[in-house]
Design a binder for this molecule. Sequence first.
Ligand SMILES: [Zn+2]
Length: 303
Amino acid sequence: GWAGRLRDLRPRCCRCSAELGWLPSPLLHPPPPHSGAAAGAASVPAAPTACETPSPLTIPGGTRQSPINIQWRDSVYDPFLKPLKISYDPTTCLHIWNNGYSFLVEFDDSTDRSTIVGGPLENQYRLKQFHFHWGAINDWGSEHTVDCKFYPAELHLVHWNAVEYPSFEEAVMEGNGLAVIGVFLKLGARHEGLQTLVDALPAVRHKDTVIEFDVFDPSCLIPSCPDYWTYAGSLTTPPLTESVTWIIKKKPIEVDEDQLEAFRTLLFTSHGEEERRMVDNFRPLQPLMNRTVRSSFRPQLGP
Ligand SMILES: [Zn+2]
């Protein structure tokens, strides 16, 4: 049943096997110390790569956990993968909620007004919410990595299979229940679409605060380049169920330093608690195991 599965999936510390809290605590798993800085340049640390992070949390019995490192040359081009069709109705946007781990922008999913179809999916999926993961500094923060490289942040747009399941809660427990689009954020030009969200963040600085946020089209946060990778995985936060078809966009979007800093002004903590900044809210990499990452695009020649 539900409770039993939750217990089985509870993460353990990769170093000491202690059972971790309900939410994976980034404080127990700080990013790795810098290494290899040249003598005389010690104040300019080398950026760590994902492959230097501690071994992943292990999930007993888990065979399709997320996130993973996407090794470009190991992904397999699948000419039968269709383009992903995204159709969002901006008026289905409802509110922004600081849930103590990220901020969630939630949508009305009672009808098929904001959906995705195509790509690797056999059904139409409804948009439920989107959120981000980010680091304390720009050298890490994404959950997935590409060739062991972190991006400073990653966007997740979470959809559920309303053709086969009656509710999001039921879809979460099924192998084809969810479809999540992942978009990497990289440092560059200011993103005007994202700025609308950034301007609203001070109002949800504390855990458990919610504000109305009606009318927003998240397709402005998805790169127009159609290329993506796809693989079968899991949620990266409890209940960590293996219910997600991941669709990871190859091309990142650009955001500027101020916008990433605005994410870092949010708090894990509620009003009245000692303030803890909301940073490093990503899960460590998980083993690929017996899985193939497929790409919608032909392999490229290059380094
Ligand atoms: Zn996420």
